[in-house]
Design a protein around this ligand. Structure first.
Ligand SMILES: Cc1ncc(COP(=O)(O)O)c(C=O)c1O
Length: 425
């Protein structure tokens, strides 16, 4: 049978199985209940320390496992599911765009890409944008842009200063930028061109600046370090220093951007404007996309200097456009501020009441609870047992980064579980 010019002739069995391992059983086509952790242990590279839970469905602030058990999701795919799971606005945008145009190359203009660019530029202090597929790709793109700037305007300066306990992602270059021994030592030699200095210390940045420095790259709040907020004067001091030296300030807002901390971008709260801004995670609430934006004066790329096959494709951009529009139109950052302040107060009550809890910190819906013992793993597993997903971000620290649409009721439920668990460890 032929449909148009496409032949649907079934290939002989020997042909279609030619590359299959004869010792391996044929895989079932339907998704039936199987031992997924066992399958993962056989097939997947051993990179993730997984939590013993197979998630099969999500809606709003909840996910479900194969047995139909519900969990309140305060991890949100590592601060990604901004609108929660399967928000109708996002689902509808993906469906509509999937029926219209999924992908084409960046040789051509596409409407969703340019509409998203316009939206982000209009609502930020930046002038131009480049889209890619992940946070690390956006951070590395930002560094490439700073190096181009250095070549053009700073006598070839190429070095980027980053700070201790930062996290900028997992490529080799961003591992060099990420100033944490535990990530770096596995992959030496690392690409040169990064200088790691002490966090929250403007003098350390001043001392490390030399004739090769083209930029400083910082997270305005350090998420992976356990949600650390620098002193109020830190970012303004670094901004002033960058201006004095004519070098660029890159803010990595992969985790803090798009409403997570109670303003659309964290830099608004910090009172500084970056020359380059890095985004990903919440941008499309789960559809993979990253972006870096630049001030006009820092927009040093010329045609051919950088690129991406998938970056900025119509499907991802239509999803991000729907998400960012919703977040702006419904003042989700305002909601995050209100719910976040209350959540932080309830965490502080835990610190007051339970000796195991040492400190509650963070902003908006990026919060952490520091414990007096290295029991964060155990607490995370016990919360799972009680139907709450949280993140062990450090041996003694748990992190909360629920969907931005989380309600006071969700927070009450999570805090009640947390209290029960912490009272028993
Ligand atoms: C601040 C920051 N930058 C970069 C990244 C890397 O993002 P991705 O995992 O999407 O590559 C992360 C991820 O957690 C992050 O928190």
């Amino acid at each position: 049978m032929c449909r148009g010019r496409v032949s649907l002739t079934v290939l002989p069995r020997t042909h279609c199985c030619a590359r299959m391992n004869p010792n391996r059983e044929a895989r079932p086509l339907s998704q039936q209940q199987r031992d997924w952790p066992e399958l993962e242990s056989q097939l997947y590279l051993k990179t993730f320390r997984r939590i013993p839970l197979t998630i099969v469905r999500g809606e709003g602030t909840r996910v479900w496992d194969e047995q139909g058990r519900a969990y309140l999701d305060f991890v949100a795919g590592w601060a990604v599911n901004a609108l929660g799971h399967c928000h109708p606005v996002l689902v509808e945008a993906i469906e509509r765009q999937a029926r219209t145009l999924i992908h084409t190359s960046n040789q051509f203009y596409t409407v969703p890409q340019l509409e998203l660019a316009e939206l982000l530029v209009k609502h930020s202090c930046l002038d131009r944008v480049f889209f890619c597929n992940s946070g690390v790709e956006a951070a590395e793109g930002a560094v490439k842009l700073a190096r181009r700037y250095g070549k053009l305007h700073l006598d070839g300066a190429y070095e980027v200063i980053t700070v201790s306990d930062s996290f900028h992602g997992r490529t080799l270059a961003m591992t060099a930028a990420t100033a944490q021994q535990k990530y770096q030592q596995l992959y030496t030699p690392l690409p040169p061109g990064f200088v790691n200095v002490e966090w929250n210390d403007p003098k350390a940045i001043r001392d490390a600046t030399g004739e090769n420095t083209c930029a400083v790259m910082l997270e305005p709040v350090q998420g992976e370090a356990g949600v650390r907020i620098p002193d109020a004067g830190y970012l303004p001091a670094v901004r002033r220093w960058c201006d004095e030296k004519g070098i660029l300030l890159i803010l990595d807002e992969v985790q803090t951007g798009i409403g997570r901390t109670g303003t659309l971008f964290r830099y608004e709260e910090a009172g500084v404007e970056p020359d380059i801004l890095v985004l990903a995670k919440g941008l499309a609430s789960g559809v993979p996309i990253g972006a870096f934006l630049a001030k006009e004066r820092a927009s040093a790329f010329q045609p051919g200097d950088h690129g991406s096959t998938f970056g900025g494709n119509p499907l991802a951009c239509a999803a991000a456009f729907a998400v960012v529009s919703y977040i702006i139109e419904h003042d989700i950052p305002g909601h995050v501020r209100r719910v976040g302040v209350r959540f932080l107060r309830l965490l502080n009550d835990i610190v007051r009441d339970l000796p195991i809890a040492r400190e509650a910190r963070g902003c908006g819906l990026l919060l952490a609870l520091v414990l007096n013992k290295d029991v964060a793993e155990d607490v995370t597993l016990q919360c799972l047992h009680h139907g709450l997903l949280i993140n062990r971000v450090r041996p003694n620290t748990v992190r909360f980064m629920p969907p931005l649409i989380t309600t006071d009721g969700d927070v009450d439920e999570a805090v009640a579980i947390l209290r029960t668990v912490l009272a028993s460890v």
